[in-house]
Design a protein around this ligand. Sequence first.
Ligand code: NDP
Ligand code: 2IT
Length: 450
Amino acid sequence: MIEKILANLEKSNCATDNIFLQAVSEVLTSLEPIVKSDPRYEQYAILERLVSPDRIIQFKIQWLDDNNTININNGYRIQFNNALGPYKGGLRFHPSVTTGVLKFLAFEQIFKNSLTGLPIGGAKGGSDFDPKGKSDFEIMKFCHAFMRELHSYIGARVDVPAGDIGVGSREIGYLFGEYKHITHNYDGVLSGKPYAFGGSLMRPQATGYGVVYFAREMLKEELQESLEGKVCTVSGAGNVALHTIEKLQQLGAIVVTCSDSDGTVYDSNGINLSLLRQLKDEGKRHSLEEYIQQIPTAQYTKKADYPKDAHAVWQYPCFAAFPCATQNELTLNDAQKLIENGCVAVVEGANMPTLPDAIEWLQREGVLFSPGKASNAGGVAVSEFEMSQNASMEKWDFDKVDRKLDELMRQIYKRVALTAKEYGVERNFVDGANIAAFKRVAEAMLLEGV
Ligand code: NDP
Ligand code: 2IT
């Protein structure tokens, strides 16, 4: 049955959708033991319905840059599945955005959101707009133009977008401002808002902190190990990477790398986070080369000087690795290097950063591997906390959100690890996550009928 679904999907999706097929194939392969166990899944065509988005909304975005030149971009929102609650998921602004990329992200989001145990469905959106080199006014004008098209499809109980690559609280602020301007409606239609008007404390930190809370629990339960004093490698230098580094350092780990799309920094004394923030925090886009101008004992490797199927950031010895930049950034070559250098755990902060053959290799060699849909779910979970605060007109303090996040990440780990055990694939957290997430979504789909 699963081969048939994949073959049909391949026929109906064009070549740019390979990344979507990669995500679906991983999930369906994990689900093999469970779909056979319950005839209702086949009878109600649950898998076929699950791999097809409810709707793909595409629109044209027209905006004027600072020279008053007209620019045109593609905008999208993919509402994939709302069996568990309103559509929920981020917006990505990056030139690589296509329907294929957004379908993969929205599909992953269904399962991630299910794992949180919270009432949220799966969606993703964004644009092929490139924020690099744009002025603050251009970002604002683009966000306003984007929302002019998006506003009629979203709502606090319909679909609640948030940030992702290229979209942080500044962009969410501009998007919210325009939404309010058009609709006169001050409700929680976006999450990740600035704290000054309806945002939740800790949402900026939530994904990265959640990744580390997950890692801490997994290492404690599986290896009776802690992160204190351990060398860790992190890729990326954006929202998720910065807060992963921050929490790792707070727990006493020594983080020796960070990266961006142009290169990698290695600092054996531990990344200087305040310097990194000066270069990269809140949409700043300085080159990481400036890091070594300030700290000459660190090393910088240009991406262009590196082979295509390997990444400098994974070549250094570490106890645990945290890919936090983008999809397909950890290859089989990288996995082999990590193992050779003694790495015991790979904890995904980004969405699907590890290639399928690399995952297989890591798992076979006994490296603990946590898929992003489990370990990076803290971001969307705190988004849901923000929706909850907006709906009840409350403001929770930092410690309350932090405690709830920590507890939720531990629950996700438990759910994933126990499910893997229950289905005879102990320590396979990919299968554990996919099966646990699927069961919840499928049950809701069965109860709701066709
Ligand atoms: P940011 O835009 O804040 O940062 C992205 C980082 O990744 C930047 O350092 C960027 O470098 C680097 N990067 C992006 N594309 C590439 C590429 N093709 N090759 C190498 N490096 C690249 O995004 P986030 O930190 O928010 O997102 C990072 C990952 O985490 C994504 O996979 C996202 O989907 C995922 N995620 C994000 C959540 C959130 O709450 N923000 C929640 C859960 C997952 P440069 O600036 O040079 O492009
Ligand atoms: O991939 C993700 O989980 C996000 N980008 C965050 C989504 C959200 O709605 O907070």
